[in-house]
Design a protein. Structure first.
Length: 138
C-alpha cells in the first residue's frame, strides 16, 4: 500500500512531490561518513531520571578515576545487572521497597534504600587517592 505524503513546504512554497519522494527514498552514502559518525550511529544512547545527588556522586567518581561519567555509569550498570542475574541478596532486598505506580506503563516505583543514599551522599566528601597503578596522565 502506498503511503500518501503531504509535500513539505519551504518558504511558503510546496516541494514537488517527485523531489520530496526522491529525497525521502534516497540512499545514504555511508562511505562518506567519518569514523566518529559511524561509531556514534552504532552506539545506543539512553536517558534516565536520576537524583541530583547520584549524578553528583557519579561525576565525582569519574573525576577521581580520571574517566568519563558515561564509562562509570556503564561499568556500574554492568555490575548491577550481573548481580541481579545472580540474585544477589543485597540487591534483591534493596529492590523490595516499592510502592504502586500511578502510570499504566509499569506497576511499581522502587524506593532506593536510605543506607544506599547515605553512601551516595558521602562520595563527594570522601578524599580517596587513586591506587599507584592508576596515575593520571596529565
Amino acid at each position: 500500500m502506498t503511503e500518501k505524503r503531504t509535500p513539505q513546504r519551504h518558504s511558503g512554497l510546496r516541494m514537488d512531490p517527485k523531489i520530496s519522494e526522491l529525497l525521502h527514498d534516497s540512499v545514504e552514502n555511508r562511505a562518506a561518513l567519518t569514523q566518529k559518525q559511524k561509531r556514534d550511529r552504532a552506539r545506543k544512547k539512553a536517558t534516565y531520571d536520576l537524583a541530583p545527588e547520584l549524578q553528583d556522586a557519579v561525576t565525582e567518581i569519574a573525576r577521581k578515576e580520571d574517566t568519563s561519567t558515561s564509562q562509570i555509569v556503564g561499568i556500574f550498570l554492568t555490575y548491577a545487572v550481573a548481580q541481579y542475574q545472580q540474585k544477589d541478596l543485597r540487591l534483591v532486598e534493596g529492590m523490595a521497597e516499592r510502592s504502586p505506580s500511578r502510570t499504566p506503563r509499569f506497576s511499581w516505583n522502587l524506593q532506593i534504600p536510605p543506607e544506599w543514599l547515605q553512601a551516595v551522599e558521602t562520595v563527594a566528601g570522601a578524599a580517596e587517592d587513586l591506587p599507584p597503578k592508576w596515575k593520571k596522565r596529565r
